[in-house]
Design a protein around this ligand. Structure first.
Ligand SMILES: *[C@@H]1O[C@H](CO)[C@@H](O)[C@H](O)[C@H]1NC(C)=O
Ligand SMILES: *[C@@H]1O[C@H](CO)[C@@H](O)[C@H](O)[C@H]1NC(C)=O
Ligand SMILES: *[C@@H]1O[C@H](CO)[C@@H](O)[C@H](O)[C@H]1NC(C)=O
Ligand SMILES: *[C@@H]1O[C@H](CO)[C@@H](O)[C@H](O)[C@H]1NC(C)=O
Ligand SMILES: *[C@@H]1O[C@H](CO)[C@@H](O)[C@H](O)[C@H]1NC(C)=O
Ligand SMILES: *[C@@H]1O[C@H](CO)[C@@H](O)[C@H](O)[C@H]1NC(C)=O
Length: 309
């Protein structure tokens, strides 16, 4: 009898041990996702304070859903949010990031990627709805693979070579500037509501207007200091002007007065329009009066905005 009870206790202990060691998908993230996050941590060096301290191998840190900046779906348990903005990280983004296939929200803004290219594999995170890579010192060509992010609502690639106040401790973030040669990939992001590519060099992108114009849900368009060439207004851009636009900021580009042809008349929802520091000339078209929702318009003058905020 004693022997049987002893056996039971032993069995019980073994079962408990197995349960403790098993990766129960209902509690916390999967082993695959945990490994992906650990690989990510390995590539990203915190500058001085260890912001990723909670990302650990230790047993008490096992559930990566509890890690700093990581959030999991309360239904599936998968990692859906990676919120690592302004963590003073620098280094390389591990390609293992794409193992986080359920990721919907990715914020790596305000870190320092030292002029490296935005990794093309970010385009494989097909569930992304929110992507913020602003103020992160990326450089080079924007990968067209971002065009695969069909669920994206919010895209912010602004201000790569400007550094915000919190980064005064960074060495000068002036490295290879970021640019695009075309925006052929942009129309694929048909759910986009918010687009900010401020200070990305678009000087060669003649078709930029066509590309943004075709986005049916776009409400916010921020293309400040992009070196945008004058718009070429075609019948297509006039016919299919996005009617959803509410906020348009085209501060400091090379636009000529043809931009009014695109903006006026069709964009009755427009509330905010900024066109300062462009190459406008001639009369302001009278049809501006038809923009009945307009509350803020600046055509000429100095706006105290730059990427050093
Ligand atoms: C799951 O999360 C969503 C969004 O964060 C929240 O609205 C919802 O109430 C949560 N459901 C449960 C059962 O906790
Ligand atoms: C855009 O979508 C089309 C299919 O609709 C696809 O063939 C093409 O590769 C996509 N382009 C980019 C740059 O993702
Ligand atoms: C932007 O790109 C154009 C052409 O590729 C180049 O001539 C120009 O110097 C670039 N501007 C900046 C500010 O890097
Ligand atoms: C332009 O708009 C018309 C009518 O709203 C629509 O049928 C057509 O598909 C649009 N064309 C493009 C290229 O978006
Ligand atoms: C603006 O520039 C475009 C392209 O160079 C040109 O076709 C158009 O005539 C210009 N518009 C005005 C008002 O100068
Ligand atoms: C501004 O437009 C005029 C023509 O209207 C052109 O000659 C000039 O080069 C333009 N300036 C810039 C900086 O693009």
């Amino acid at each position: 009898m004693v022997g049987v009870r002893c056996c039971f206790k032993l069995l019980y202990a073994i079962v408990v041990l197995i349960l403790l060691h098993m990766n129960n998908p209902c509690i916390g993230c999967s082993e695959r996702e945990r490994q992906a996050l650990l690989a990510l941590k390995q590539g990203l060096v915190p500058d001085y304070s260890d912001h990723l301290l909670s990302w650990g191998e230790k047993a008490q840190n096992k559930d990566c859903c509890e890690w700093d900046g990581v959030h999991c779906s309360n239904q599936t348990g998968h990692v859906v949010t990676l919120d690592l903005g302004y963590r003073h990280l620098r280094g390389k983004i591990s390609p293992k990031l794409i193992e986080l296939q359920h990721l919907e929200y990715l914020d790596l803004s305000g870190n320092n990627f030292k002029g490296s290219q935005i990794p093309a594999f970010i385009g494989s995170l097909s569930n992304l709805r929110y992507l913020d890579l602003s103020y992160a010192n990326f450089g080079g060509l924007i990968p067209y693979q971002l065009g695969n992010l069909r669920n994206l609502h919010h895209l912010d690639l602004s201000c790569q070579s400007g550094f915000p106040i919190v980064h005064l401790d960074f060495p000068l973030m002036h490295s290879g500037s970021i640019y695009a040669k075309n925006l052929y990939w942009l129309p694929n992001l048909s759910r986009l509501k918010y687009l900010d590519i401020t200070s990305v060099n678009l000087s060669d992108v003649v078709g930029w207007l066509e590309a943004v114009n075709i986005l049916p849900k776009l409400t916010d368009l921020r293309l400040l200091m992009c070196n945008l060439p004058p718009p070429v207004i075609s019948s297509v851009s006039l016919l299919n002007s996005s009617k959803s636009l509410v906020h348009v900021d085209l501060y400091n580009n090379r636009l000529n007065s043809s931009i009014f042809q695109f903006l006026l008349g069709t964009h009755t929802n427009l509330v905010y329009l900024e066109l300062s520091e462009n190459n406008l000339s001639g009369r302001i078209p009278e049809s501006i009066g038809q923009m009945s929702n307009l509350e803020y318009i600046v055509l000429i003058g100095f706006l105290p905005f730059n990427c050093v905020r």
